[in-house]
Design a protein around this ligand. Structure first.
Ligand SMILES: [Mn+2]
Length: 327
């Protein structure tokens, strides 16, 4: 399918801001995922190649298996005196100013660049320092595009980070539409040419889970309920329930394979709030990111989330009633 180019040129002001900075800070969102952390690492390495002094900031927590080994490369608090030097700030994979948490707050005097691919959010820096491409399957591929436009050669380490960000946000090639596929995979081919091994990365990122983790996933699948004849499937965890690891991705990938399902919802009660993970089937035509935004959340067309105040049962009733209206 013919489509517009995804990786159009950056605003000249954005490239100038990067070139002219001596010192830079790269910030990602709290409770980071693979794309966030690997975009930060790739961006940090890119800036290092350009001779900049770089600090990577992420307040964590580093809960996901695929990112835990990289935690010591990041600071969770802003070091004394850093913000006073007014470094260039590059915010990756964040659709709102508050996504990074407290680590962004001291930088009110800095120029802020935003590299992101979320479809809904707020525009929290000036237009010419912003590069937001919802058609980009990962933020890490936007970092690769920035690398290219700044004339920095790809090295094996950067290629590895960019690939990992791409792989996690596409569920390992799972969520790539024909509309963006050709340009996306051409870029990925460049990463593999640098020595990235797709199957080795896949195994490394998936192996090593415990049997008790899968037993807890099974428990959550056991309690799945449905609405609208199975078009909506949902499960939940209570506030006092001990859940091993982050079962969301495994639950979504299983439940999205059920015949006729269009929406999967995962409700997690915590601290008087309910966190809701939301997925819609690629072919469903349902923009779950826009749905999440109606509850103050955000995300992508097929993967999103929101936090809603209230008890588990009241939030579930309310959100499920609204979700039925999407069908
Ligand atoms: Mn992302």
């Amino acid at each position: 399918m013919a489509s517009e180019k995804i990786y159009t040129p950056f605003p000249a002001a954005l490239l100038d801001a990067v070139r002219s900075a001596d010192e830079a800070v790269v910030i990602g969102h709290s409770n980071p995922d693979g794309d966030c952390i690997f975009s930060q690492l790739a961006c940090g390495r890119l800036l290092g190649h350009l001779g900049k002094k770089v600090t990577l900031l992420n307040q964590g927590p580093f809960q996901r298996d695929e990112i835990r080994a990289y935690e010591d490369r990041f600071l969770s608090e802003v070091p004394e005196g850093l913000a006073l030097r007014k470094p260039l700030v590059i915010v990756v994979d964040c659709s709102t100013f508050d996504r990074p948490g407290q680590v962004i707050r001291p930088f009110t005097q800095s120029r802020i660049i935003v590299l992101d691919h979320h479809s809904a959010g707020e525009r929290f820096t000036s237009e010419n320092l912003m590069y937001i491409r919802p058609q980009s399957v990962s933020t890490s591929l936007i970092v690769d595009h920035l690398r290219e436009e700044l004339g920095v050669p790809l090295d094996a380490e950067m290629a590895d980070y960019i690939y990992r960000g791409f792989a996690t946000d596409t569920g390992f090639f799972h969520f790539i539409s024909e509309a963006v596929g050709a340009e996306t995979l051409e870029r990925v081919a460049g990463l593999v040419a640098q020595g990235v091994s797709p199957y080795a990365v896949y195994d490394e990122m998936h192996d090593g889970k415990t049997l008790s983790y899968f037993k807890s996933v099974a428990r959550l699948i056991q309690r799945v309920s449905d609405r609208c004849g199975g078009a909506i499937l949902y499960t939940w965890t209570g506030a006092d329930e001990k859940i091993e690891g982050k079962p969301g991705d495994d639950i979504y990938s299983q439940l999205l394979q059920v015949a006729n399902v269009r929406i999967v919802l995962f409700f997690k009660e915590k601290d008087g709030q309910v966190e809701i993970g939301m997925r819609s089937k690629n072919m469903s035509g349902i923009d779950i990111g826009a749905f999440a935004a109606t509850f103050g959340g955000g995300g992508h067309r097929y993967a999103a989330g929101a936090n809603v105040e209230g008890t588990l049962s009241s939030v579930m009733d309310m959100v499920l009633d609204q979700a039925e209206k999407l069908l």
